[in-house]
Design a protein around this ligand. Structure first.
Ligand code: ARG
Length: 274
């Protein structure tokens, strides 16, 4: 057993999957015409929200908009750091209206939202850890957005190239276990990255938890950690074992219905960092 880990209370933003559906295909997980069980999606989402609250976290919701089936993936709406919100600009035209719908929530919640000039899909590709923001590119977020993020937050942005279309957002291949202090650490699947980006991750996080392709395909890297509990797909069996061995407490949550759109736990969760 590893060391005992400390949790920190978080503030999460989510979106009820009342209008969740698969109406277009913009990643390899999506098949137009796949029937979606909205009732099951709602149950799985409520279980996720309940688990966050049971573990002492605050969960807020943005009103779902009819005709925006991917709006449930709140992570893509923004990156919020130090109480400042960097908004989104989606690559797919079908998702572009989500930015304004979330922008409204942020404004009402008291945030000034920076509108990116380049394509940028929020926490899907932007992952704050320690003194950095890790920033994915290759399928969605443009490298030009990485520079905008650096200028907006004044934080070093580490660009990482994704090369496997099944892991089209950074948050499908990597997640943060501990986001602050000397123990800042991540888990990731090396096969999702270009050789140079893999070398960068090895250099920055020599103590990272390495996940297998099977764990990644089970969306085990689309997880959320509060520093102690890791909300994770039950299918990521090896990864769950490895996390427990490191002193984390896995909280298995099945979001299988969202897999039909290429989403999982982290995709449904936007963290509002004070
Ligand atoms: N269907 C959505 C898309 O392809 C899924 C987004 C998942 N979100 C995420 N943070 N990885 O854009």
């Amino acid at each position: 057993m590893g060391p005992s880990r400390a949790r920190r209370s978080r503030r999460y933003l989510t979106c009820e999957p009342r209008h969740f559906d698969v109406l277009y295909a913009i990643n390899p997980w999506m098949r137009v015409g796949t029937p979606v069980d909205t009732g099951l999606a709602l149950t799985q989402w409520r279980t996720l929200v309940g688990a966050y609250r049971d573990h002492g976290h605050t969960v807020e919701t943005v009103p779902p908009v009819p005709g925006l089936p991917d709006m449930v993936f709140a992570a893509n709406a923004a990156l919020v750091l130090g109480g400042r919100a960097f908004g989104s600009r989606f690559r797919a035209p079908q998702r572009r209206p989500e930015s304004a719908a979330y922008g409204l929530w942020f404004k009402t919640a008291g945030f000034d939202v920076h509108e990116p000039r380049a394509v940028c899909e929020g926490e899907g590709d932007l992952v704050p850890v320690g003194p950095y923001v890790l920033a994915g590119t290759g399928f969605r977020t443009a490298p030009a957005a990485h520079a905008e993020v650096r200028e907006f937050f004044g934080v070093p942005v580490i660009g990482l190239r994704l090369t496997d279309p099944r892991f089209y957002h950074l948050d499908t291949a990597l997640f943060v276990l501990e986001d602050e202090g000397p123990d800042a650490n991540i888990a990731y699947y090396p096969g999702a990255f270009s050789p140079g980006s893999r070398a960068v991750l090895e250099r920055l996080f020599p103590d990272a938890v390495i996940a297998s392709e099977d764990d990644a395909l089970a969306f085990g890297l689309n997880s959320v950690s509060d520093g102690r509990h890791v909300f994770i797909d039950p299918g990521a069996r090896d990864l769950i074992r490895r996390l427990a061995h490191r002193g984390y407490v896995p909280v298995p949550l099945d979001l299988s219905e969202f897999r039909k759109a290429g989403g999982g736990i982290k995709c449904c969760t936007q963290e509002i960092r004070p």
